[in-house]
Design a protein. Structure first.
Length: 172
């Protein structure tokens, strides 16, 4: 999905968002400068800004020395682009940061400060991927262990059962 051209209202506080042109990526971000300080990313826009090495100087300048309203982060938010309910999601397996995502158009909303926090979680995309992989491995590994244990219990039960049959039919 392309950049939205029209002014959108902030899904968290309802104020009009500002278009902020980001030189390096050539995209425009929607930032809630007059309200809560949240940032709205269209489609896959976030890809340009989630790594710490990627440039967000314009954004940092724009939010510097401003105070922002607090919002209720537990509220369900509505995607200002397509009107769908946004879904709360963790940005990584570290579970520290919850953002709002629109599953319909792919937009993402970060509350003030969340983007910086996310960028500081991992130095590179590769580190983020590794963390995801190892945590998936740990979870799946635990499940496999549990299955194996059940399987062993079944084997023991089965051999006891067979012994019982032997007793009944063969009189051992
Ligand atoms: Zn806002
Ligand atoms: Zn949407």
């Amino acid at each position: 999905m392309n950049d939205t051209i029209e002014i959108i209202t902030c899904p968290a506080c309802g104020k009009e968002m500002h278009k902020l042109y980001m030189q390096e990526s050539g995209t425009s971000l929607d930032v809630c400068l007059d309200g809560c300080g949240g940032i709205f990313f269209d489609g896959q826009e976030i890809k340009h800004f989630d790594e710490n090495s990627e440039n967000i100087e314009e954004l940092k300048k724009a939010v510097a020395n401003r105070t922002f309203e607090k919002t209720d982060e537990s509220k369900t938010r509505i995607c200002p682009v397509c009107g769908n309910n946004m879904v709360k999601n963790h940005v990584s397996v570290k579970y520290e940061i919850t953002i709002d995502e629109c599953y319909n158009c792919g937009a993402k909303f970060f509350d003030h400060g969340e983007l910086t926090k996310m960028r500081n979680q991992y130095a590179t995309e590769e580190e983020r991927r590794q963390d995801l992989l190892s945590s998936t491995y740990n979870e799946t590994g635990a499940k496999i262990d549990a299955l194996e244990m059940q399987h062993n219990i079944n084997l023991v039960k089965r051999s006891k059962f067979l012994k019982l049959l032997d007793k009944i039919f063969l009189g051992y």
